[in-house]
Design a protein around this ligand. Structure first.
Ligand code: 13P
Length: 263
């Protein structure tokens, strides 16, 4: 039985002055034991969110949105994995906004994954195609290439032991209000597990949680969680709104309970 995960990506929102209050408010609204819940604020808000959640609900995890591919060195403005230890338990790598704005390649993202695993952080690897790639029938091939590029040098067992998660985030659905169709996202989740199988994961591929991300709201979360191959969501804009998070996590709890009952 795969776990059900709702991860909040706050992107470049909140400040150290207000992030703790928002995290506390959201934590109070998402008390669902069966759902793995993660909040990923900006680096400078990690400590405030960590402290707030330690009080409000220690079961809600904290994640970073990025990590550097080296352990230390002359990398002005960057944050290395060992620096996150104690502040975050999770980390997002390969978000499309970083691929776009920071020129991150699949190989570089693969190195970030390695640093995350070494530091004991639970990684969420983001993959997803551009609109033109979907419209020309290349979405699955693009995602397969992203996975191969990032995962080739990684031992599946080590990643699995680190709690590796994949988030399928079609770029055209991010921040656009235009979410993917549930069945398309489910087909991609199956394709992702097939890619993992070809990358040496064997039967372990079926155990990797695959989340959907891209304009997820309380109104459409049910469409994704109705798909057995999808294990939750990586939520952007809606994750800053307590009402939205409450409804999204409540819906996820239904799926978690149904899975537990069926197991
Ligand atoms: P939105 O939910 O704002 O579309 O963002 C999705 C995302 O990029 C989460 O990582």
């Amino acid at each position: 039985m795969r776990e059900v995960i709702i991860a909040a990506n706050w992107k470049m929102h909140t400040t150290p002055g207000d992030a703790g209050d928002l995290a506390r408010t959201i934590a109070g609204r998402i008390r669902e034991a069966g759902v793995t819940r993660v909040i990923c604020p900006p680096f400078v808000c990690l400590d405030a969110v960590r402290a707030a959640l330690a009080e409000a609900d220690p079961e809600v995890a904290v994640g970073a949105q990025n990590v550097h591919h080296e352990l230390a060195g002359a990398y002005t403005g960057e944050v290395a994995a060992p620096m996150l230890v104690g502040l975050a338990g999770w980390v997002i790598v390969g978000h499309s906004e970083r691929r776009r704005d920071a020129g991150e390649t699949d190989a570089l993202i693969g190195r970030k994954l390695g640093r995350a695993v070494e530091a004991g952080l639970r990684p969420i690897l983001c993959v997803g195609e551009q609109l033109a790639e979907r419209e020309t029938g290349r979405a699955e091939a693009v995602v397969d290439t992203q996975l191969a590029g990032a995962l080739t040098d990684h031992d599946p067992a080590a990643l699995q032991a680190a709690g590796f998660v994949i988030a399928y985030e079609p770029v055209w659905a991010i921040g656009t209000g235009r979410n993917a169709v549930g069945s398309d996202a489910a087909a991609m989740a199956e394709a992702i597990r097939a890619s993992l199988g070809r990358l040496g994961w064997g039967s372990a591929a079926v155990d990797v949680p695959v989340l959907y991300g891209g304009s997820v709201t309380s109104a459409n979360i049910g469409e994704f969680l109705a798909e057995p191959s999808i294990d939750g969501a990586l939520v952007g804009g809606a994750s800053l709104k307590p009402d939205e998070m409450a409804a999204i996590v409540a819906r996820a709890a239904l799926t978690a309970r149904a899975r537990a009952a069926a197991a």
